[in-house]
Design a protein around this ligand. Structure first.
Ligand code: FE
Ligand code: FE
Length: 193
């Protein structure tokens, strides 16, 4: 990414995000580039998707719904009842329609950064993992996940998806089928080895 492009996208998200979320987004982009170097992914796309993944997160829920309506996004029942998932769905549409980003892989990395899905691309996995291993993350066990992130991408996906599903169980909230499918896929792939 050129300095000019980086400055453009950075300023764009600075205008839409709280200071903490802005810093998180910059950290996720750094972590995504680091993982992209390790696993041989496109560095430009990793940086771009990292910077933009949470672009809609601080926009009000009403406005997010209005944007989805405007762009004809259909939500499943689980998605309608999980407002925390909306920013990823709206984010992908926003960067496509407003920032004119057309790269499908970048759009999907943003779209699926909260749920994951079966058949995730390398970039999608990198953004999913960069999001939970960025520098400012300090949940219990983050150091172990960070280490795993730089040594075994498939194994860290197992851990991160299991964590996500465990949270849904603990909170008695619905599991998105995409997360369940992503989890089953990485688990079955591991068993085959
Ligand atoms: Fe997010
Ligand atoms: Fe995030």
């Amino acid at each position: 990414m050129t300095d000019k492009e980086r400055a453009y996208y950075t300023e764009h998200i600075r205008g839409l995000l709280s200071e903490d979320r802005f810093q998180h987004s910059v950290n996720v982009s750094h972590q995504a580039v680091k993982l992209a170097q390790i696993y041989g992914c496109d560095l430009y796309q990793a940086e771009l998707a990292g910077l933009l993944h949470d672009v809609m997160k601080d926009v009000g829920k009403k406005e997010q719904l209005a944007l989805m309506e405007k762009y004809g996004v259909q939500l499943s029942e689980i998605e309608r009842n999980a407002p925390k998932l909306w920013h990823a769905i709206v984010g992908a549409v926003y960067v496509q329609k407003v920032l004119n980003i057309e790269n499908e892989d970048v759009l999907n990395a943003i779209r699926y950064h909260t749920t994951g899905r079966a058949g995730m691309s390398l970039l999608e996995k990198i953004i999913y993992i960069a999001d939970c291993t960025s520098e400012e993350r300090n949940y219990k066990g983050v150091e172990r996940i960070r280490k795993l992130a730089v040594s075994d991408l498939d194994e860290v996906m197992v851990e991160a998806l299991a964590d996500s599903l465990e949270k849904r169980l603990a909170d008695h909230t619905a599991m998105h089928p995409d997360t369940v499918e992503a989890y089953n896929e990485v688990i079955l792939a591991r068993k085959k080895q």
